[in-house]
Write a protein that binds this ligand. Structure first.
Ligand code: GTP
Ligand code: MG
Length: 322
């Protein structure tokens, strides 16, 4: 891994200041603006510009692909079923790989249930709406429940001679608890190593879940003064997730709890944590809300190539259903 000190113009003192300001990697610097570095590292504008240029080259980001290359890459996009026909239709067939899907909504709206169902479904063969893949879960709230996975596996429809064995499904779900936001960010690197190791395996990693992506950031950065730091770190984290999705042709599913906005009296009183940083990085944003009993409503917000709309689905003991 390249160190900050390897960048021209960055000595030990500057590197130290940059780290203190939250610029822990070459990638973080590559996406910074000169103004930000001037403030963080007490260097001149032109030095900052040079450092960023070098970081961009080293991090190999911001490069161009031709349209036909993009098309070739897009041809590999796979879709994972949600187990609900109406939910799938809302998504144009299912949740796509090479994308970040943000599921946001209030507590109990079903975000973690959706995540569990996808961790099961990604393992199914393609004719059943899966990718014959395995899943990685970064669990920040200790809400992963193997028992719930087993219920969902038991709820799978019989198919030919297939035997749905929940212990087999559990073996293909790799879970790590994240104890704070820094740990959460480091776990993406571990996940990348795991995915590389499993690339030629029977079930390569095709799904990464971060449940919840914002909770630690929200708890650790309180108060107005720390908001910029938080957004910058979150931005870096999301950038790593985008890379994970692209390099592994994987679906990245992140959950985000909405926070009440007490100063709003009109319109939607809730707003996803992370604001526009998350909004611009997520390829699909889904807003979940509770309806009667087991019913839930998913609304697709700001998708690049699908119409906005809503779908009703249910959370049952067997898993998600229409
Ligand atoms: P937070 O993480 O607190 O923000 O909420 P969340 O959006 O992740 O909610 P979660 O996915 O945990 O949804 C919990 C809800 O799912 C419960 O209130 C139940 O309505 C439903 N649920 C969970 N397990 C079962 C189950 O075994 N059977 C049925 N029928 N419903 C379940
Ligand atoms: Mg949850």
């Amino acid at each position: 891994m390249m160190l900050l000190e390897d960048l021209p113009g960055v000595g030990p003192a500057t590197a130290e200041k940059l780290r203190e300001a939250g610029y822990n990697s070459v990638e973080a610097i590559a996406v910074a603006s000169p103004g930000e570095l001037v403030g963080a590292a007490e260097v001149g504008e032109s030095t900052a510009a040079k450092i960023i240029a070098a970081a961009r080259q080293a991090a190999d980001i911001g490069g161009f692909e031709t349209g036909d290359q993009v098309l070739e890459r897009r041809k590999l996009v796979g879709k994972v079923t949600t187990s609900s026909k109406s939910f799938n239709e809302l998504l144009g067939g299912g949740m796509e790989t090479q994308s970040i899907v943000e599921v946001y909504g209030e507590f109990g709206s079903g975000k973690t249930q959706v995540a569990h169902q996808l961790a099961v479904n990604v393992q199914l063969p393609s004719e059943l709406g899966g990718l014959s893949g395995s899943a990685v879960i970064i669990d920040t709230e200790n809400t992963f429940r193997p028992e719930r996975i087993a219920q969902m596996v038991n709820g799978l429809k019989p198919y030919g001679d297939a035997v749905w064995d929940s212990s087999e499904f559990l073996k293909n779900i790799h879970v790590a608890r994240a104890y704070n936001s820094n740990h959460q960010m480091l776990l993406v690197e571990s996940a990348m190593e795991l995915a590389e190791k499993l690339r030629e395996a029977e079930k390569p990693v095709r799904l990464m879940i971060v449940d919840s992506v914002t909770a630690h950031f929200r708890a650790e950065y309180v108060g107005r003064g720390t908001l910029a730091d938080r957004q910058q770190k979150l931005n870096k984290h999301l950038h790593d997730l985008v890379r994970f999705a692209d390099l592994n042709n994987a679906l990245v599913l992140v959950t985000n709890q909405v926070m009440a906005k007490p100063d709003t009296f009109f319109g939607d009183p809730t707003k996803p944590v992370g604001g526009h940083v998350l909004g611009h990085t997520a390829t699909f944003r889904l807003y979940l809300r509770k309806s009667k009993g087991e019913k839930r409503i998913a609304r697709l917000v700001d998708s690049p190539n699908l119409p906005d709309g809503e779908a009703v689905f249910s959370v049952t003991t067997e898993g998600l259903r229409d």
